[in-house]
Ligand binder design. Structure first.
Ligand SMILES: Nc1ncnc2c1ncn2[C@@H]1O[C@H](COP(=O)(O)OP(=O)(O)OP(=O)(O)O)[C@@H](O)[C@H]1O
Ligand SMILES: [Mg+2]
Length: 376
């Protein structure tokens, strides 16, 4: 088999650089091409750090070389991520939040799968581990954290911090909380548009006196629509946790949830998937497991999507009751459920550390008007 380096470059010329309208070669994504025998090694650098983007470019390169040069060439592709200088990126980095180290969004796709339950219990577990933790309840459709933390009747006070008025989060169980539920009438439907919701949430992050936080968890509304896009684009989310139940219908939505974060315009790393309601366990027979919604669906999905499986939680009556009465189960020391949430929380933290070691901070689009994005 004989081919020249130039043949390889010609093949790479046929691939369009993501979001550029130029070829990979012209856009200077291709850093090196080495050929020996029937083997070709291509080094490329792209700006999108998601696994999906890397895989896509790898597959495109293989296809182009096989199609335009020779089917039998053994192609190896090394994809590296390099974030472009700020001025080159068509997105504006959000205000640094010096006092909040990590923002984790909890999402699902499908509603009612246990996002809020997971958020509350993981937050309490993080607080028990000694971290400074806050929750921002961003569920524009039906906030619930103020109920789960038994602070339904409280209202955040305004405090002066360095001459500026800031909202003071309500604290319980060692967790600081701000919720849209503190500002809306529970009997009235509030209709939010995406930019409005993200503006309100931005205020709850930037104009609040959170103090020093290791983690701010954001309990997102269900779905992957316009409101969600606006929210996840507007907040500098370090990583996302996707919650799913084992049914196919929930898994399909979880997949969409993961895809939403991986979109080029959003680009929030997904830390992994939690399987909630993995099996039913009667309280009095804790060793009996009934897989009423199917078995290991979320675990398999995590594998398919090349993301981490963060753990599973059974359906147990006390989890529901704990949420309803404002005393989540993770508060009950020495129980199996406390242990399950501890395992999940540890996995979330370890995935987050991995993410922070390997990827740059998340970019945000700062939305300041109803009609679009500002550059400030
Ligand atoms: N593992 C579980 N065992 C028993 N009940 C659970 C479990 N997880 C969640 N629930 C209950 O299921 C209901 C829905 O859970 P939750 O509110 O956490 O879901 P959600 O995904 O936040 O819902 P929404 O999409 O409406 O925001 C609640 O009543 C909650 O107490
Ligand atoms: Mg919820």
């Amino acid at each position: 088999m004989s081919f020249k380096k130039q043949d390889i470059y010609n093949a790479l010329e046929t691939i369009t650089a993501p979001g550029e309208g130029k070829s990979l070669v012209e856009n200077e994504n291709v850093k090196n091409v080495v050929t020996f025998g029937n083997e070709v090694v291509v080094d490329v650098v792209i700006s999108n750090p998601s696994l999906q983007a890397k895989k896509k470019v790898e597959v495109e390169i293989m296809k182009a070389i096989h199609q335009h040069v020779d089917q039998k060439i053994d192609v190896k592709v090394n994809v590296k991520t390099e974030v472009k200088p700020k001025e080159e990126v068509n997105q504006i980095r959000g205000k640094e939040i010096p006092n909040i180290k990590n923002i984790i969004a909890i999402a699902s796709g499908k509603g009612g799968v246990g996002k809020s339950t997971v958020t509350a219990n993981v937050a309490i577990t993080l607080a028990k581990m000694g971290f400074n933790v806050g929750i921002l309840d961003a569920d524009v459709y039906g906030p619930s954290q103020h109920i789960m933390f038994d602070v339904e009747k409280e209202r955040p006070l305004s405090v002066k911090v360095e001459g500026r008025s800031k909202m003071k989060p309500i604290e319980n169980y060692g967790v600081k909380l701000l919720s849209l539920g503190f500002f809306t009438n529970p009997n009235q439907a509030v209709i939010w548009r995406g930019p409005m919701a993200s503006k309100a949430l931005n205020q709850l992050i930037f104009d609040a006196d959170w103090g020093e936080l290791d983690f701010l968890l954001i309990d997102l509304p269900p779905g992957t629509g316009d409101v969600h896009l606006s929210i996840v684009q507007a907040l500098p989310i370090t990583g996302a946790v996707v919650v799913s139940t084992p049914q196919n219908i929930a898994l399909a939505d979880a997949k969409k949830g993961v895809a939403m974060f991986q979109q080029e315009a959003i680009n929030v790393p997904v830390l992994g998937i939690v399987e909630n309601m993995a099996y039913f366990t009667p309280e009095e027979l804790p060793d009996n497991k009934y897989y009423i919604f199917g078995k290991s669906g979320a675990k398999n999905l995590a594998e398919d999507l090349e993301t981490a499986f963060l753990g599973e939680i059974p359906i147990v009556q006390s989890i529901r009751e704990g949420g309803d009465v404002g005393h989540p189960v993770a508060l009950q020391s020495g129980t199996k459920l406390e242990e399950s949430f501890k395992e999940i929380t540890q996995e979330v933290v370890s995935q987050l550390l991995k993410r922070n070691a390997n990827l740059p901070p998340t970019e945000v689009v700062r939305i300041t008007t109803m009609s679009g994005c500002s550059t400030k």
